[in-house]
Ligand binder design. Sequence first.
Ligand code: FA5
Length: 339
Amino acid sequence: MLELKHALWELEKVVDIVQLDNFFQIYLGKKGLLNEEFKVMIDLAPEAKKERGAQLSEIKTKLTEAYEAKQQHFKMGQINEQLEKDLVDISLDATTQHGSYSILAEVRRDAEEICKSMGFVMEYGTEVVTKFENFESVNIPLTHPATEMHDTIYLNDKDPRGENLILRTHTSSMQNYLIKKYGLPLKAVVPGRTYRFENMDASHDTMFYQMEGIVIDKDISVAHFKEMITKLLSALLHKNVETRMRPWYFPFVEPGFEIDVRYEVYNKETGKKELSNWMEILGAGMIHPNVLKEAGVDATQWSGFAFGVGISRLAAVRYGIKDIRYFTNGDLRFAKSFA
Ligand code: FA5
């Protein structure tokens, strides 16, 4: 005769889903012991039938509950096992380096940090600008031959004046915006991409990085600029540099100059230290009164200097790279050699 206690004891011994299926067939299945008992019960006297019927119903309920609980237990076990197998470790191993900055990005980030430590505020600005921002706001009339110095890349989209937007040819496009945004005195830098329709060569690319610097205050002189730029370039090039100023024409400065640098190098052949050749690295000058006026500044009260340094050329000097086009030609062998 089927007893609940015995059946539960049997269930307890079951250790996997296959044994559980067998258990079900033996006890709870269509041809299982419980149904057999129900069949036998039909022949009993009414009183005994009632009593046995109640007993069997209780056995059926309790056994089914216990069976289902065990079934659930095995299912959860299977799910957990699967989850363990499918587990993806999304944490990165902090001891291994995954990727690295390009050297151009590294020099730009360095420049940003150095300038911040020297008290400059920093803005990136936009690469798509109006002709007003790129030219007129910095004293370059659109008919001026200087626009040809910056062979410009035009976009189809138009600005509110109905003129085609352009890709900025220099970061000086931000000068007017910076003065209006921050007011005076001002000490700001703008690192970022610039674009020109250039004849490409080892020191000219069509996309290159510049960093604009602008300082406006009372009684600012060329001496302030020379002192600051020598310190900035030495920090950026990781060596003490000598700077030289050559008079140069930029419509947005007066006087204007180009800055060359030279520094000590080791000559492998002679085994002696010597000075490198002068290398042009940036344009600069005292901000033209027209640029100040255009931004609403009283040019009789305030003065300042601005500079635009070629980050791509700086990176080339710092790492001894002969051709700046390596930075943008996507050659992985070059990128990996600095990773
Ligand atoms: C300018 O772009 C001026 N806006 C700089 C300036 C700012 C002058 C503020 C005065 C006051 P220039 O065209 O010379 O000037 O460019 C400045 C620097 O950008 C250059 O010295 C050079 O380092 C870099 N540069 C210019 N053209 C290229 C190019 N095609 N490829 C790579 N670097 C370039």
